[in-house]
Design a protein around this ligand. Structure first.
Ligand code: OGA
Ligand code: MN
Length: 297
């Protein structure tokens, strides 16, 4: 039996059924890729995946990121480096402490962002798998940056053409109140340029490429650039471009970081366990390189 695709809206988000991601045929994988480029967010309910099977599926889309943001000397990891730990658990599997470094750092996931835009070679897609969900809240919201781009006035599209923004993990963390990067962490992750508008090669669609990681626009006065980024993020995250995912246990949700933003919603993280792991696939190159943008010095 071939897979079943059930779109949530005509061009954004689809559920995929009649598929076991741990044993995919070539034809099913090709159908999933086609659907992914079209819908940008795919939901696979009721998957039973070992960590290795999760990584194997992710690897079908490209190389998996293994560099984590926080130094392990300061925060001992619960998961292998191939995963981002999207839980509220410490290395011993207990609910984290209210003042723990992980908790302060991960609060940044509640700001609109796209994964790893703060890396020179950013994230192409992310695959998040839920093993324990919060009884209340803890949803994940996704915004369609392609549809948002399409509705911009022509003058704004023209103004954004060829622009690059500076993305840095410290920028989004400053916004969410985490300022304690070690020197080593800060050095490993300096600001990087990313295109403000990009083209998705698989279908030619144009998309905004924004995130809370973006600080200033290169070649523009800092305040003006920041104001423009804030205005554009407000535009992209209007209700008509947003889908809210309410998790079920064993959902695997994958999203295209090139043309969506996402954020986590609140839950009682000092009381309820929420356990998810994320594999992140790297893009093929820096976005300015992909768009042919020469970064101003
Ligand atoms: C992520 C992320 C938000 C959430 O996994 O990349 O930002 O809902 N998650 O936890
Ligand atoms: Mn994220």
């Amino acid at each position: 039996m071939s897979i079943t695709i059930c779109p949530v809206t005509p061009h954004f988000v689809a559920e995929v059924g009649d598929v076991d991601l741990s044993r995919l045929s070539e034809a099913d994988l090709a159908a999933i890729k086609d659907a992914f480029w079209k819908y940008a967010v795919l939901i696979f309910p009721d998957q039973h995946l070992t960590p290795q099977q999760h990584l194997d599926f992710a690897a079908a889309f490209g190389p998996i990121e293994t560099e984590r943001v926080l130094d392990h000397e300061r925060v001992s990891p619960r998961l292998a480096n191939s995963f981002a730990d999207i839980s509220n658990l410490d290395a011993k599997g207990q609910i984290w402490a209210g003042d723990s470094r992980q908790r302060m750092y991960k609060a940044g996931n509640k700001l609109w962002h796209t994964d790893s835009s703060f890396r020179f070679r950013p994230g192409l897609c992310s695959l998040l798998y839920a093993t324990t969900i919060a009884p209340l809240g803890g949803h994940t919201e996704f915004a369609d940056q392609r549809a948002a781009y399409d509705t911009l006035p022509a003058e704004m599209k023209q103004k954004l053409e060829g622009l690059a923004a500076e993305h840095c993990i410290a920028t989004s963390r400053q916004r969410s109140g985490f300022t304690e990067f070690s020197e080593n962490e800060a050095q490993r992750l300096p600001p990087v340029p990313q295109a403000v508008v990009r083209t998705i090669p698989q279908n030619g669609r144009r998309s905004l490429y924004l995130a809370s990681h973006a600080g200033r626009i290169l070649g523009m006065p800092e305040a003006e650039g920041r104001a423009l980024i804030d205005r554009l993020i407000a535009h992209v995250t209007q209700r008509q471009f947003v889908y809210t995912h309410r998790w079920r246990v064993r959902d695997l949700v994958m999203w295209d970081n090139r043309c969506t933003m996402h954020r986590g919603t609140d839950y009682d993280d000092l009381r309820s366990v929420r356990d998810m792991r994320r594999a992140t696939v790297s893009d093929v190159a820096n976005t300015c390189e992909q768009e042919g943008i020469v970064v101003p010095a």
